[in-house]
Design a protein around this ligand. Sequence first.
Ligand SMILES: [Zn+2]
Length: 100
Amino acid sequence: MRLHGKLEYGGQAAPLRTCVGCRVRTVSSELLRLVVVEDVIVPDLRRRLPGRGASLHPTLSCLELAERRRAFPRAFRVAGPLDPSRVRDHLEGLRVERIG
Ligand SMILES: [Zn+2]
């Protein structure tokens, strides 16, 4: 399904971003910003790294969706392949912290 047009901005203060995994549009503060450094996708936790970013829900399921859909090369406008292991490590760390 393809939504028509762009979301209207009327009164909306927070910038909206689309998760590259599940394609849900939400406020950017709920999403993890990712950038590519030498073909490795790295989480930009402080949102300070330069370059084209992609947004992802900080969950393994959205990471897997993005990988399956080959969404990362498209989002970063590179030919790929890209290494998502740093992002996976980060998300698995988050999960452990939440359980522990
Ligand atoms: Zn998502």
